[in-house]
Design a protein around this ligand. Structure first.
Ligand SMILES: [Fe+2]
Length: 282
């Protein structure tokens, strides 16, 4: 229990998501807001604008000419992707660092988070889901709990490893058994503290589908599946690697076949080079 109190206190050591990204997330989630309002918020922040232009000019977008203003970026890339980029930048600070406990080198978790967000958005489009921005953001920050839990995982690593290798625990189950909380639950605390919406908090808390009641929730299922695809592609795999549970019923509920999954995997594998470029430039 003292562990948990200490962990909750450590949430304060995280760099909160910048005000502008939080504002953009809120506007993007609000059905009454319009894209024009979002563009206005972005335009008045010179730092965000500069970063945005840098990312828009990366090979990921492959634009025919250099983008020099937010308006031009909106026209050439589309406002939806611009919003994605602002959110990516907002989430980057805490996710880029090395994570010893999870065996992530510097940039690994960030690469995984961005790839997962892009795949989740593709899945959301495939399924015609309206809350694409919410799903994108949730997929990006789903592992934020790892940023705090990492030191505790590192301290107890041999116990966690033993449970995974000898007792068949998933990595999450072992985190919970040894530390008293898993990274998804801790992520939920962080999301609440940062005043994320209830839905986003729910997705972060359930992104490994440890509770069967979440299996029927489409937005959470999309984030879960995107995470699984990343694991299968070996993106950002650390010491927890493939040590998570794969629930076939989720594929069935979503009406996604294994062939669909293979297509997504093949498509993303091809895109990976330009995604690398995007990661460097956000
Ligand atoms: Fe996770």
């Amino acid at each position: 229990m003292s562990n948990i109190k200490e962990l909750i206190k450590e949430i304060d050591s995280l760099k909160p998501i910048p005000q502008i990204a939080q504002q953009v997330i809120r506007l993007a989630e609000d059905p009454n807001s319009n894209m024009g309002e979002i563009a206005d918020v972005i335009t008045y922040d010179p730092m965000v604008t500069a970063n945005l232009l840098k990312a828009c000019n990366s090979a990921y977008f492959g634009l025919p000419r250099t983008v020099e203003s937010v308006q031009e970026a909106v026209t050439l890339v589309g406002l939806e992707q611009i919003v994605d980029l602002v959110i990516l930048k907002g989430g980057s600070e805490n996710l880029k660092k090395q994570q010893q406990g999870y065996g992530h080198n510097e940039g690994d978790l960030w690469r995984q988070a961005v790839s997962c967000a892009l795949i989740a958005r593709e899945l959301a489009e495939k399924k015609g889901v309206a809350q694409k921005q919410l799903i994108f953001t949730a997929a990006l920050v789903k592992d934020i709990g790892k940023s705090v839990l990492d030191r505790f995982v590192a301290d107890s690593y041999s116990k966690i490893e033993k449970l995974v290798e000898e007792k068949g625990y998933s990595f999450m189950e072992a985190e919970k058994a040894v530390i008293g909380i898993n990274h998804a639950e801790l992520g939920g605390f962080i999301a609440k503290k940062w005043k994320f919406s209830d839905k986003m908090t729910y997705i972060i808390q359930n992104h490994h589908m440890q509770d069967e009641s979440a299996h029927g929730d489409l937005a959470t299922a999309i984030v879960y599946l995107a995470d699984m695809v990343c694991m299968m592609l070996g993106i950002g795999g650390g010491s927890d690697g493939l040590a998570y549970r794969f629930y076939r019923d989720i594929l069935k509920n979503m009406e996604i076949t294994e062939l669909d999954l293979q297509e997504i995997i093949a498509g993303f594998g091809d895109k990976m080079k330009s995604v690398e470029e995007l990661i460097q430039n956000v």
